[in-house]
Write a protein that binds this ligand. Structure first.
Ligand SMILES: O=C(O)CCC(=O)C(=O)O
Ligand SMILES: [Mn+2]
Length: 237
């Protein structure tokens, strides 16, 4: 594990370019920073191809309405040893850093103003893969986590809605190489989702970098284990 990051990194001060050109009112403007094309296209292409081929992708089993179900995408939890993550009723041990992701980490940290010790990778095989409404509000992320999300591949819609009034929504288009930061009390006050998009044929990989408080070893009674992906690509939920 790398030495010495604070348990809960402070919120970085807004940078001059964070709000430049943003037409969003508060609270959205304070929650989300979108930097289109943050990673140059040639780097994004090479990274996407490497990650698709070399990451140990699995279908995470998640708890929904009291049942264990396959999540509708492929995933991989990666990070420092001890950066375990409890998510949708399951506890995930981190895979070791992929060298290409580790090489990116200092740039992500410089762009975000905080340290990260882990990343959730999600692979959306086509427009039928998705992520439902949720907040990244697990206790090990701390009270106001800064989450840096890097998108590679097919463009997809990213939605945010208020917990107090779900009809109030905002939408961002996330394209190849885009960086999106979520911060402040975004995870307490809002939920986000990556909806299905019927017309999208291409694949997308998304990496959400986080700082998780290192967790003790799990009790022997674990949740349903993740399993390798099936050959057939379509999934329902
Ligand atoms: O794929 C995305 O853009 C969102 C991913 C996400 O919300 C997550 O990993 O928690
Ligand atoms: Mn999320």
């Amino acid at each position: 594990m790398r030495p010495g990051p604070p348990l809960f990194p402070p919120l970085p001060p807004p940078r001059p370019d964070d709000l430049a050109g943003s037409t969003l009112p508060e609270p959205w403007a304070g929650w989300v920073v979108h930097r289109p094309g943050w990673l140059p296209a040639s780097e994004s292409e090479a990274l996407q191809a490497r990650l698709a081929a070399e990451v140990p992708w699995t279908v995470h089993r998640i708890r929904m309405f009291g049942r264990w179900v396959d999540s509708p995408r492929l995933s991989c939890w990666m990070g420092d040893a001890g950066a375990r993550y409890r998510y949708s009723g399951a506890l995930f041990e981190p895979e070791p850093w992929h060298p290409a992701v580790a090489a990116l980490l200092p740039r992500l940290e410089a762009a975000s103003g905080v340290r990260f010790n882990s990343v959730l990778l999600n692979r959306y095989r086509h427009g039928g893969d998705s992520m439902g409404w949720h907040s990244d509000d697990e206790p090990e992320l701390g009270p106001e986590p800064v989450i840096a999300s890097l998108s590679l591949g097919a463009g997809r819609r990213f939605l945010l809605r208020l917990c107090s009034d779900p009809a109030q929504k905002r939408e961002w288009g996330l394209a190849h190489g885009d960086l999106l930061l979520m911060r402040g009390d975004c995870q307490q006050a809002a939920q986000h989702a990556l909806p299905r998009m019927a017309g999208v044929k291409g694949e997308r990989i998304n990496l959400t970098f986080r700082w998780v408080r290192p967790q003790p070893s799990p009790a022997p009674t674990g949740p349903a284990p993740a399993r390798p992906p099936r050959a057939q690509p379509r999934s329902a939920g």
